[in-house]
Ligand binder design. Structure first.
Ligand SMILES: NS(=O)(=O)c1c(F)c(F)c(SCCc2ccc(C(=O)O)cc2)c(F)c1NC1CCCCCCC1
Ligand SMILES: [Zn+2]
Length: 257
């Protein structure tokens, strides 16, 4: 992947020294002030295609030191909800620690327990490398993870493998499953804004969708996420979220009232 050298969440104030875009005016994540969002009825429900991956398909699940990443096939696409079709690249998670929550976006100042990001690219560009550098080149579907009353079976294929990839750099295989099950059931209610990758190189090329409905996992599942993986130099991989960034005048649209 791109040069994602030695940065860490501990030195996020220094990111912009080495990665200039990280100091830009269209950065993510942001706090979503629900009183300032603009209702935009033209925003159609997000519809995914090709998400029921065959169990014979093996997907790479990796601890890259910053998060747990599931590589996704380009056959998984966003069929509607964006100006044109986008193809999947990967999905990954952000979380906190037993001491506190770890979503990246916040809503009216509230931080949720965690957040899933499904990253897609606009195939009208020559390559993913090209797309990620172009405005509108990337789309990320984000949903908040919240503690609920019972296990979320859709997350088990990922969570049950975390102990296989505790150390940074470790990789394992996950059999194909229904990726859509990882998202909320209601994909018609969401916030939309223009922002960036929340990690260096912080390219300002992401058309963000943040779903209004949260995804419920059990306390045990959230705790597994918070306490299993190790990042750089064997420290616990926890609180892998960037602080919210200023809007600098950007508007946040809402597909619902
Ligand atoms: N929230 S986010 O989407 O900005 C994001 C993070 F916050 C992330 F923290 C990450 S992981 C850290 C960056 C990274 C590390 C290793 C590799 C690799 O081995 O290929 C790739 C990337 C991470 F991978 C992503 N998403 C990636 C950003 C990196 C470059 C574009 C590729 C897909 C999106
Ligand atoms: Zn992310």
């Amino acid at each position: 992947g791109p040069d994602h050298g030695h940065w860490s969440y501990a030195d996020k104030a220094q990111w912009q020294l080495e990665y200039p875009y990280c100091g830009g005016q269209m950065q993510s994540p942001i706090n979503i002030d629900t009183n300032s969002t603009i209702f935009s009825p033209e925003l159609q429900p997000v519809v995914l295609a090709g998400c029921n991956l065959d169990p014979s398909e093996q997907l790479s699940l990796m601890n890259n030191g910053h998060t747990v990443v599931l590589q996704l096939p380009g056959s998984l696409t966003i069929a509607s909800g964006y100006p044109q079709e986008h193809r999947a690249m990967q999905l990954h998670l952000h979380w906190g620690s037993p001491a506190g929550p770890g979503s990246e976006h916040t809503v009216d100042g509230r931080r949720y327990d965690g957040e899933i990001h499904m990253v897609y690219y606009n195939p009208s560009y020559e390559s993913i490398k090209e797309a990620m550098r172009q405005p509108g080149g990337l789309a990320v579907l984000a949903a908040f993870l919240q503690v609920g009353p019972e296990d979320n079976v859709h997350y088990q294929p990922l969570l049950e493998q975390l102990d296989e990839i505790q150390e940074e750099g470790k990789e394992t295989a996950v059999a194909g499953f229904n990726i859509e099950g990882l998202l909320p059931t209601n994909l018609g209610r969401y916030y939309r804004y223009s922002g960036s990758l929340t990690t260096p190189p912080c390219y300002q090329t992401v058309n963000w969708t943040v779903f209004n409905q949260t995804v419920l996992l059990s306390k045990e599942q959230i705790s597994l996420l918070e306490t299993t993986l190790q990042g750089d130099d064997d420290k616990d991989l926890q609180n892998n979220f960037r602080l919210t960034q200023s809007l600098h005048g950007r508007k946040v649209l809402a597909s619902f009232q």
